[in-house]
Design a protein around this ligand. Structure first.
Ligand code: PMP
Length: 295
């Protein structure tokens, strides 16, 4: 399938409070966000006309901006509305929604106090991050070369563009070796998360998931914990050492894009997508489409 570049599509993008034609939603090469990674973003999904956990995502965008020392010049309600309006303007009821906020061009340098803060919202059709075949079989992952940094090194809880540099490098290395994704350890050597999703393991019917103390406590992660507890499962949040993976039978990753995706391999460790992963995958798919009441 030929790639349709993201800057050459039909449709409308919300930019700083107005809709602009898709191909005209441009930034200048001397944009602070491009040079110094002063940008924060969100990834959301609309299912059947409703954006799942929209306000939680918008609030996280605002908190991410605050962590990068800038203030978004709109209210949470205005950005919520912009996300809904952009879907409507593009005639989409099932879509991926990508808000982003960044420092503009008034200053180029480490200090950027007087830059204007820009915000845009783009939406597009994106049926599934991983293919249905991959989901059923479970994805294969290797270990990433880079580690999630310490909270003393970066604002680790911000969904900030700069923090994705090591994710892209790690995912590319994984793909070159025939894997779908890479699992990242943290700066202490504990299992952290994949390049774009959180991870869960199963042992004797109990779910184990890393404590999000140096990476995103994903909105999907929180939903899946509530869903699993609602089904009567025990969920343990703790530090997990890589060698403990030998004792887990099932593994799955969760995220807005990944939804709930079973994992069959992480490096030397093997897992079999089982009842718990598959039932949570189905329940999550129903919950986001409002066919199942949230726990
Ligand atoms: N970790 C990383 C690095 C991510 O990019 C994402 C996706 N935003 C997640 C975790 C999961 O977050 P959420 O469930 O809020 O999409």
């Amino acid at each position: 399938m030929a790639l349709v570049p993201f800057d050459d599509r039909d449709g409308w993008i919300w930019l700083d409070g107005q809709f602009v034609a898709w191909r005209e939603a441009k930034v200048h090469v001397l944009t602070h966000g491009l040079h110094y990674a002063s940008a924060v973003f969100e990834g959301e999904r609309m299912y059947g006309g409703e954006i799942y956990k929209l306000t939680e995502h918008t609030e996280r965008l605002f908190k991410s901006a605050e962590m990068l020392d800038f203030e978004i010049p709109f209210t949470v309600a205005e950005i919520d509305q912009a996300c809904k309006d952009t879907c409507a303007k593009n005639g989409l009821t099932d879509a991926y929604v990508r808000p982003i906020a960044w420092r503009g061009s008034e200053m180029i340098g480490v200090s950027a106090q007087d830059t204007k803060i820009h915000v845009s919202v783009a939406v597009w059709e994106w049926p599934s991050y991983f293919s249905p075949e991959e989901k059923a079989k479970g994805i294969r992952m290797c270990w990433a070369k880079y580690k999630r940094p310490s909270p003393e090194t970066e604002p680790v809880h911000a969904k900030a563009t700069g923090l994705y540099m090591i994710c892209t490098i790690s995912k590319h290395a994984a793909e070159k070796d025939g894997y779908t994704d890479a699992m990242m350890l943290d700066y202490r050597g504990y299992v952290a998360e994949s390049t774009g999703s959180n991870v869960f393991f199963v042992q004797d019917g109990v779910l184990h998931t890393p404590t999000p103390d140096c990476f995103l406590n994903g909105i999907t992660r929180q939903s899946v914990i509530a869903l699993a507890k609602g089904k009567g499962f025990e969920v343990v949040e703790r530090h997990i050492k890589p060698e403990e993976l030998a004792g887990f039978t099932e593994c799955f990753v969760v995220g807005t894009a990944a939804e709930v995706t079973p994992v069959s391999q992480i490096g030397e460790y093997r897992f079999t997508p089982g009842n718990i992963s598959l039932s949570l995958m189905d329940d999550y798919a129903k919950m986001v489409r409002r066919q199942l009441q949230p726990a």
